[in-house]
Design a binder for this molecule. Structure first.
Ligand SMILES: Cc1cc2nc3c(=O)[nH]c(=O)nc-3n(C[C@H](O)[C@H](O)[C@H](O)COP(=O)(O)OP(=O)(O)OC[C@H]3O[C@@H](n4cnc5c(N)ncnc54)[C@H](O)[C@@H]3O)c2cc1C
Length: 341
């Protein structure tokens, strides 16, 4: 059996590393054992939390930010392109316990409104299971016990810890890993050197400080198209004529997190192979991204048993992910978990 020590027991940083090694050898852990671990508390991580609650599982959610949906907080001023009715799940609606009017369901919320109207009330249902300011650094297999071991940075305590879980769901998004500007997703010439002049997110012009910092500046906006990338090829030259570059060039998954697991990835999209194969095969089926369908629970199995990648990260470099697909994914992942127990 695993034994739990009081996590508030404070010792020096180096002693802690030693204790953690002892934990592995003597099967003592400094934290409780939870069945389902979830990385990321965005809309899809929150949906995972609801399903875990619904199924009566122990859960632990790791969130690097100090609030839920902290990636959406970075684009909280942007209006979602799908109506509210497409951004809520049936389980979410049940837990919300609020009657939504037709007008509300058809409205287009900003990121901030979406957080306040939907994500926060739901996150509060299992708020005690969320570890804020906890960044998952790396994941491995603790083979003796068929568990996952996670190395986690606790930013509150400024220390690192191990956590052990039986099932692991990676819903950590892609927003913190923007693509590079250059052709073929490699950095443009001088891009890394001139990083401080380049903004990869969508500036919030409602924020006076940001508005002021960009006022009267010459700004080059780089989109995802090749011509835009071409124009930014020689950034140093470009910067002789502009003050800033805003590069909205898409995102890609941080795969370093699970590089010690046996996850077979698609060489093209960098998403997990089964789902990537389905997505690539169906990308010409419909030109309307809103009409896409999910590809069933089998497509969500990775080559590492009991490890799942959901949400926008599951699409790898593909750009057509939708929240409604993510909600279906989570439902299917919990079907797989239920079947395996
Ligand atoms: C500007 C913008 C507008 C969009 N509008 C729509 C729309 O209208 N409709 C739609 O269907 N989709 C939309 N999307 C696409 C997609 O639905 C969103 O990106 C959505 O936020 C994805 O949810 P997620 O939970 O998968 O990831 P995220 O919302 O990115 O959440 C991931 C969470 O994981 C945390 N995290 C990351 N790394 C770690 C780590 N190592 N350890 C611990 N925590 C970690 C992050 O802090 C974050 O809270 C939009 C995307 C963007 C960028």
């Amino acid at each position: 059996m695993f034994r739990t020590l009081n996590p508030s027991y404070r010792i020096g940083k180096y002693a802690l590393v030693y204790i953690n090694v002892l934990c592995m050898q003597n099967k003592i852990t400094m934290t409780s054992i939870f069945t389902v671990g979830i990385i990321g508390c965005g809309p899809i991580g929150i949906e995972c939390g609801l399903h875990a609650l619904h199924n009566g599982y122990n859960i632990l959610l790791f969130e690097v930010g100090d609030d839920l949906a902290s990636n959406i907080c970075l684009w909280s001023h942007v209006q979602l392109f799908t109506p509210f009715r497409m951004n809520i799940s049936s389980l979410g609606q049940t837990y919300l316990q609020a009657e939504l009017t037709k007008d509300e369901l058809n409205s287009y919320l900003t990121g901030q409104e979406y957080i306040e109207k939907y994500l926060r009330p739901l996150g509060l249902k299992f708020i005690n299971n969320i570890l804020f300011k906890h960044r998952v650094i790396s994941i491995g297999r603790y083979s003796d016990e068929n568990k996952f071991v996670l190395l986690v940075e606790d930013k509150n305590e400024n220390m690192e810890k191990y956590y052990y879980v039986d099932y692991l769901i990676d819903a950590s998004g892609t927003y913190k890993c923007p693509n590079s500007i250059g052709i073929g997703n490699i950095p443009a010439v001088n891009e890394q050197r001139l990083e401080s002049f380049i903004k990869y997110d969508i500036p919030n012009l409602n924020d006076d400080r940001i508005k002021l910092s960009l006022a009267h500046k010459r700004i080059l906006l780089v989109g995802k198209g090749h011509s835009a990338a071409n124009s930014a090829l020689l950034l140093e030259e470009v910067l002789q004529n502009v003050d800033y570059i805003i590069a909205n060039v898409g995102y890609q998954p941080d795969r370093a997190l699970y590089s010690n697991l046996n996850v077979h990835e698609c060489y093209k999209t960098k998403g997990p192979i089964s789902l990537a194969a389905k997505l690539l095969a169906s990308c010409n089926d419909t030109t309307d991204c809103l009409k896409q369908i999910s590809h069933g629970k089998e497509s969500l199995k990775t080559t590492e048993s009991n490890f799942f990648i959901v949400g926008v990260k599951s699409y790898g470099k593909l750009t057509n992910f939708l929240l409604k697909i993510g909600f279906e994914q989570v439902e299917q992942v919990f079907q797989l978990i239920n079947e395996s127990r």
